[in-house]
Design a protein around this ligand. Structure first.
Ligand code: PLP
Length: 390
């Protein structure tokens, strides 16, 4: 379905999934609101000889978004979901059955982990967490029943970069599929299918949307992984509402300029934070101090605006003094919008395969599109409050 038409992703972001000529010259794809779609003849209904069969199974609005994302990720086809988490869960449900073994990175997004520990476990899938930095040694964990190896690189709280080509090689040798949560880099900065991934999931809620107002997910697959995945997607009734699909394709058009600015501002903040005495460690894959920096440099073409810092130990009261009066950083989940965010995270509590050791609190920062000088000044004032309350 998706063909790579331009070599530069910036151009693809603008051109993919649009066809103004088919729509009176209007630049953006129109919003089709549909449940019923009429068949012109008895024969066309009987043979389902129409491109669109029913609202849940897609409309030109959703098809054009799916085509754009498939082309940008470099996959063959894309299916849409009403949230990033739904995109993760449907990709797993469609490709696992009772008795299967799932290898799941210990650094995975919390709600993905929760789904594995509840629904998947209840349905008889054997879930095993592995060290995200395992690389090719994952071959030692692969069994005959292993059907999926799930990767998220970097992990969106602790930012371990995974050796995806090495993991994919071992997985494929053992007959397992590789599903990747590619939300952090977006398809602009990491090309999953060039690194051996079979199914790439995006929380489109984040950077594809870019404006903190839509929930959506995308599931892009190779030609080989498509049928099983789209069948499972259809069986459980997944679909994305038309206005949400429209807004995601609208946000997508500015992804390259937004993400480059998020990267630049994030790095400026990260470098400044590395010089601050209140900060024990900055965890940003694009900094040379990051333990997986070389791997990030090898496989990624950029960094998004999301990273973490570990503070030197302080009380909750001191932390509250810092966080409660920040002017530019909202305290809230999600990320990828135009505004900056800061949120405490507690990975040590949920890990099982690896230990997350830190003495001070971990704060995850999303660098928004505000001026970096203002963002730094806001943090500086926050550190002053923190020190005064220590
Ligand atoms: C937010 C997020 C998701 C889930 O997306 P929702 O749209 O919030 O359901 C999945 N993976 C990662 C890495 C995320 O950050």
């Amino acid at each position: 379905m998706s063909e790579k038409k331009f070599s530069r992703p910036e151009t693809t972001i603008v051109t993919a999934g649009r066809d103004p000529e088919a729509n009176f010259g209007v630049v953006n794809p129109p919003v089709y609101h549909a449940s019923t779609i009429l068949y012109p003849t008895f024969q066309s209904l009987k043979k389902r000889e129409v491109k669109y069969t029913y609202g849940r199974r897609g409309t030109p609005t959703t098809a054009m978004l799916a085509e754009a994302v498939a082309e940008l990720e470099g996959g063959a086809h894309c299916a849409l979901a009403p949230s990033g988490l739904a995109a993760v869960t449907v990709s797993l449900l469609a490709n696992l059955k009772a008795g299967d073994h799932l290898l799941m990175t210990d650094s995975v997004y919390g709600p993905t982990r929760h789904f594995c520990d509840t629904t998947l476990t209840r349905f008889g899938v054997d879930v095993e967490y592995y060290d995200p930095r395992i690389g090719g040694d994952i071959s030692t964990l692969i069994r005959p029943a292993t059907s999926v190896v799930f990767v998220e690189s970097p992990g969106s709280v602790t930012f371990e970069v995974q050796d995806i080509p090495a993991i994919a090689e071992a997985a494929h040798e053992g007959g397992a599929l590789v599903i990747m949560d590619n939300t952090w880099a977006s398809p602009l900065f990491f090309k999953p299918f060039e690194h051996g991934v079979d199914i790439s999931v995006q929380a489109a809620t984040k950077y594809l949307c870019g404006h903190s107002d839509v929930m959506a997910g995308t599931i892009t697959t190779t030609e080989e992984a498509w049928k099983q995945t789209i069948d499972g997607h259809g069986e459980i009734g997944m679909c994305l509402a038309p206005d949400d699909a429209y807004l995601i394709q609208r946000g997508l058009r500015t992804l390259s300029v937004r993400l480059k600015q998020h990267m630049e501002t994030g790095l400026e903040l990260a470098r400044w934070l590395e010089t601050q005495p209140e900060v024990a460690r900055v965890i940003h894959p694009a900094l040379p101090s990051h333990p997986d920096h070389a791997l990030w440099q090898r496989d990624f073409t950029g960094a998004s605006g999301l990273f973490s810092i570990e503070l030197t130990p302080c009380t909750d009261d001191a932390l509250a003094a810092m966080l409660d009066d920040l002017e530019l950083y909202g305290m809230g989940y999600s990320w990828g919008g135009y505004e900056s965010l800061i949120v405490p995270q507690y990975p040590a509590k949920i890990r099982t395969a690896t230990k997350y050791a830190a003495e001070g609190p971990l704060l995850r920062i999303h660098a928004g599109l505000e001026a970096p000088e203002d963002l730094i000044a806001d943090l500086e004032a926050g550190f002053d409050r923190l020190n005064a309350a220590r």
